[in-house]
Design a protein around this ligand. Structure first.
Ligand SMILES: [Zn+2]
Ligand SMILES: [Zn+2]
Length: 377
């Protein structure tokens, strides 16, 4: 009798383990996001549970406390009492963890390094995306375009996991990785775009895709080869009829020859007084790659990156490298198209496609030819 029971128990345990495994395989992974908040002192608020020390000992339930960095230690102040600990973990019993006016899903880990706080939001990847997509594409964009952007953000996050592993997290919350604003920036429309594409990523030959995107390609996307010198099979240049006349499709800028002389000198390019400037060389998609300046020194050929950097340092003049130059008297005029590097998905093109009834899958396949959409959890 006992033998039979033991056998049944074993079977049950085995089944539980298998079920747990299946459940695990289908869950979104957790991601660690380094928060770029003030590093000296932070105020936590909410319906919080506080764990302290390296062994995460339970400390208690609190509605608010402050944390400041003292060398390699944290000073935690609750009411009028303070104590030191090497690290804390903060979990919300209900709602979210508040840090100086911002709210976060998941939990917050905090420690000090060289007198500065390190704040890490450990969060379910899908919850993380809810705070990313609205920062990348406005919620005023059509639903299918937002879904395409959600797939891009998910693919990017998974491809770049461990980018900041030396600092103790996966990704930072700035432009360097992906801008993440937590619960405060969430919007029902972008959240729906995340949940309706749950677990879906872009793959090419079994690998996650480099899903670059640009605000507007100006009518023709740029290849990765012409932009960065590296050929990626799904980042090729092709015509884009969908972004025409919407959003950042065209722009104009002007600068006097005198200001141009000054701006270039600021970045170490001098040729006396510049009298003429023109496009010297273009790339395959028609973008400028070299600019010629003519001045007292004769003629100089500049890389467009140098030229663009000089002109955009004090204010944004050149939104892309897809432009024409015209000099009229003492003024230089730029007539340009597109906004950004032009590689990968064109956001205004995705807007146009969605408005014409294309689905998010069709949008992604148009901008990343040859890639596969895979549900990985
Ligand atoms: Zn980063
Ligand atoms: Zn476009």
């Amino acid at each position: 009798m006992l033998g039979v029971l033991r056998e049944k128990f074993r079977l049950l345990m085995g089944l539980t383990i298998v079920l747990l495994f299946i459940w695990e395989a289908n869950a979104a992974p957790e991601i660690r996001i380094g928060l770029s908040l003030d590093g000296k002192r932070q105020e936590f608020s909410g319906n919080l549970i506080l764990f302290v020390g390296k062994k995460l000992n339970f400390k208690g339930f609190y509605s608010s406390f402050t944390v400041s960095a003292v060398g390699e230690n944290l000073k935690v102040t609750i009411g009028k009492k303070s104590f030191f600990t090497p690290r804390i973990t903060v979990v919300a019993k209900s709602g979210f963890v508040g840090i100086s006016g911002k709210k976060y899903r998941g939990k917050i880990e905090c420690w000090a390094k060289g007198g500065r706080l390190v704040l890490v939001n450990v969060v379910d990847l899908e919850d993380y995306l809810k705070g990313v997509v609205p920062k990348e594409m406005g919620p005023n964009f059509p639903e299918e375009a937002l879904k395409a952007q959600a797939v891009i953000a998910r693919t990017y996050a998974l491809k770049h996991l461990k980018r900041h592993s030396r600092e103790g997290y996966d990704l930072c919350d700035t432009q360097h990785c992906q801008v993440y604003g937590g619960v405060n920036v969430e919007n029902p429309k972008t959240t729906r775009a995340v949940t309706e594409t749950y677990g879906i990523v872009l793959m090419y030959k079994g690998e996650l895709v480099n899903a670059f995107y640009t605000a507007s390609c100006g009518g023709r996307t740029a290849s990765s080869k012409e932009a960065w010198g590296r050929r990626i099979p799904y980042l090729v240049s092709h015509a884009d009829p969908f972004c025409k006349s919407i959003g950042d499709f065209s722009w104009k800028a002007s600068v006097s020859l005198r200001t141009l002389t000054y701006l270039l000198r600021e970045v170490g390019v001098s040729c006396g007084n510049i009298k003429k400037v023109y496009v010297y060389k273009k790339t395959g998609s028609g973008r400028v790659s070299r600019v010629a300046i003519v001045g007292n020194c004769g003629r100089k050929i500049l890389k467009v990156s140098t030229f663009k950097y000089a002109l955009n340092r004090d204010k944004l003049r050149l939104k892309s490298t897809l432009f024409r130059i015209k000099v009229n008297g003492s003024k230089v005029y730029f007539y340009g198209k597109g906004f950004g590097h032009g590689v990968g998905l064109c956001q205004w093109g995705a807007y146009g496609m969605a408005k014409q009834g294309y689905t998010w899958r069709q949008i992604l396949k148009f901008y990343y030819p040859g890639v596969l959409l895979r549900k990985i959890y």
